[in-house]
Design a binder for this molecule. Structure first.
Ligand code: NDP
Ligand code: ZN
Length: 351
């Protein structure tokens, strides 16, 4: 039997999120049913709820930073049992037979990964719904183990903000001796600082918010550069090996490119739209610089990141909210007023 679920949904690009009941599929033999405890609030939730990327499916239940307890497992599930603390991130399925899937990079599946929400299940063609809800049904290959040493609330953002910053830092071999800059101190940015520091890099934050300087240092930044101050930008010309750009709106890459050292890489994780103004080719030709991008991370890599966090005591800095306050939280995020990730306590759904 399908499961009746309560959650919060956007009914269109212009309506605020509101209570919504919906059905999830009858659990399959390889499914895990999870009672959701906490769900982080990612800027991607805003982009998609408001159809800023196009093609949004409504009603939409956002949320892809999910922590919960296993309620039950299907007959074929070996790795999880009722009561386990688990996580679900941005994807819930992929083809499992393309080159990308074989490499453990399911997010780059050639047939397209199935996103946790705003997507369509491969088998039944029904829409997927995310973590702003009481329960979720997920194929066991896409469920992550959460070490009980981690604070469950503060671990929720690791499932997206964490892996999205971890994956490029690992791919570009960041470690001792690397000079890394993170652009934007929000949910992704603060995890970028923590991970770059933990991996041994010298870390700089580019921010437009002078008020964030002190906290940036606590989060791992060795240096803070006010990106709106031309003199400060000039002072770091040709300095960085790697820039992790988490800015969620169109912005000028040229001033950042000028701060890359020889062979440096400017990696976009923030935006999926054309950049404006255009990149000046000289800014990549001189210095053999690269502009790159990165999408979340694979499942094996996500587990590796979660285990690293448990080992090193790394979690997000979170502000807990009730689900009834989600629309106000979105407005605060749009003003860069979040320190540094909102996390919904789903107990509020049962009030
Ligand atoms: P947040 O809103 O938490 O943080 C974004 C930060 O960017 C702000 O705090 C601010 O930092 C800075 N910023 C905001 N607007 C501007 C601007 N106009 N110019 C310069 N800086 C700005 O967002 P998230 O960290 O949740 O997400 C960031 C982006 O990453 C989103 O677009 C999201 O969709 C995307 N994303 C991409 C993923 C991927 O796989 N590639 C996965 C998850 C998210 P400050 O005050 O320091 O300037
Ligand atoms: Zn996200």
């Amino acid at each position: 039997m399908a499961l009746n679920i309560r959650g919060f949904a956007a009914q269109s690009a212009t309506t605020p999120l509101a209570p919504h009941s919906f059905e999830r599929r009858e659990p399959r033999a390889d499914d895990v049913v999870i009672d959701i405890l906490y769900c982080g609030v990612c800027h991607s939730d805003i982009h998609q709820a408001r159809d800023e990327w196009g093609g949004s499916l409504y009603p939409m239940v956002p949320g892809h930073e999910i922590i919960g307890r296993v309620a039950s497992v299907g007959a074929e599930v070996k790795g999880f049992k009722a009561g386990d603390l688990v996580g679900v991130g941005c994807m819930v399925d992929s083809c499992q037979h393309c080159d990308a899937c074989h490499q453990g990079l399911e997010q780059y599946c050639v047939e397209g990964m199935v996103a946790t929400y705003n997507s369509v299940d491969r088998k039944d063609g029904l829409p997927t719904f995310g973590g702003y809800s009481e329960r979720i049904v997920v194929n066991d290959r896409f469920v992550l183990r959460i070490d009980p040493r981690l604070d469950a609330k503060a671990a929720a953002p690791l499932l997206c903000a964490g892996i999205t910053t971890w994956s490029p830092l690992k791919h570009w071999n960041i470690g001792p001796g690397s000079k890394v800059a993170v652009v934007g101190l929000g949910g992704l940015g603060h995890m970028g600082l923590k991970f770059a520091k933990a991996l041994g890099a010298e870390v700089t934050l580019f921010t437009r918010s002078p008020s964030k300087e002190e906290e940036a240092r606590r989060l791992g930044a060795d240096h803070v550069v006010l990106s709106t101050d031309e003199a400060q930008m000039k002072a770091v010309a040709r300095r960085f090996d790697f820039i992790l750009d988490t800015v969620p709106t169109r912005h000028d890459l040229n001033p950042y490119l000028a701060t890359l050292a020889l062979n440096g890489t400017h990696c976009l994780v923030g935006l999926v739209e054309p950049m404006d103004p255009p990149v000046h080719a000289a800014n990549v030709i001189f210095g053999r610089r690269s502009i790159a991008g990165s999408l979340i991370g694979g499942i094996a890599e996500t587990q590796e990141m979660l285990d690293f966090c448990a080992e090193h005591g790394i979690v997000s800095d979170v502000e807990m909210i009730r689900i009834q306050d989600i629309n106000a939280a979105y407005e605060r995020m749009l003003k860069s007023d979040v320190r540094y990730r909102f996390v919904i306590d789903l107990a509020s759904l049962r009030e």
